[in-house]
Ligand binder design. Sequence first.
Ligand code: ZN
Length: 121
Amino acid sequence: MQLKRINKEKVCRCEPKCEKFIRIERDDSVIRLCEQDAKSHAYDILETLGYIQRKQIRNVKPWTSKQEQVLIKWAEKGFQFGDMRVIGDLLGKTREQVKKKVVHMRKLGLIPKSEKSNSYR
Ligand SMILES: [Zn+2]
């Protein structure tokens, strides 16, 4: 496995755009992460290993109807890969919180069950 720091990759959907990127080469697969993605994954790993506990500092405020509207609007055009994190960043929630909320809102029928992309994350 090779971990490289590279300067330019078009894998970033953050606003503002990240300037740093990481490229992981392993066997015949290549993973590219922008700075924000890398950070988010790094935190996920550290949390999984028990080094940090983000739950304690997480935003546990209830969802506002404005935030729910954002999800409903977003669902209309369909969720794409990476959208959950982008939405989370926009709304001050974690990706997990957004995912859970979407599942919940689907159950309530606020978000249609069938959408353009099911492979959202
Ligand atoms: Zn980025």
